[in-house]
Design a protein around this ligand. Sequence first.
Ligand code: FES
Length: 111
Amino acid sequence: MKQTSLILDGGLVTDIPLGKTKRLKHDKGAVLLCNVNGTFFAVSDRCTHEDASLYLGCLKGERVHCSLHGGEFCVKTGAPLTEPVEVALQTYVVTVEAGRIRVSVPLSETR
Ligand code: FES
């Protein structure tokens, strides 16, 4: 069977406290893993407004705030919430098995 996704290891659920994030790098960018009240979500780490890492911003509830111009996104859906961002973030499938987090990223985004 042909592999279509890269599986990123997000580490243990206990490594990312509530309300905190972790950046997972791959060859073409990075994924922002977010702990929202004990549930993990993953979105692209790159703001869709300009070239800024959302890891440098902050997470409040399910909203991630970009440190460069203050735009916000919903990390559950990737939707833009406040100006100046208008384009949604890519979201990724997160699985947790035996306390370890894994994020599935399409190979087309990593090569
Ligand atoms: S680069 Fe993120 S809001 Fe402008």
